[in-house]
Design a protein around this ligand. Sequence first.
Ligand SMILES: [Zn+2]
Length: 169
Amino acid sequence: MEALYIPQLLNAVDKTRVVSFQERLPGLDTLTPIKGELTVKHQVNYLEVKAQAEAIMTLTCNRCLQNFNHRLSIDTSELIWLEVTDKLGHTPLEREVALDDLVESLSPQGYFHPSDWLYEQVCLAIPHRQICQADCPGIQAADEPNIDDAPVDHRWATLAALKTQLPDS
Ligand SMILES: [Zn+2]
């Protein structure tokens, strides 16, 4: 997705750009392209960004170390403050939205990078605790899985193996 020039949004219909996408993001190893729609609305003082997206990602179960496919589903929105003042200046007090909601800021004369933003949202959607099924029995002592049997991504396998050494939180 190409970067959006923020001032140009003001000329768009309803000051809104809607971008449909189906693409892979660098650094995100998804089985299927990330498919969805992103909406950016210029709200004068801030950008309102929304996205719905889906992708399938192959994860490795923390318990049994088997790979499984997980459907990532994103339905999120974020307000990005358009910061007029510099670090020393005070931003206007008459904000329509709570400051807490605005965790990021961009220059009003700058660019919004949809792919970077989407990358962050997808990373946040990856489950911290990856279990193939609720009643996964884990690794059976009598039946050690042979690593060669499964098409395990070794980066994940190493991580999963490390996790099993940690106390269950
Ligand atoms: Zn499992």
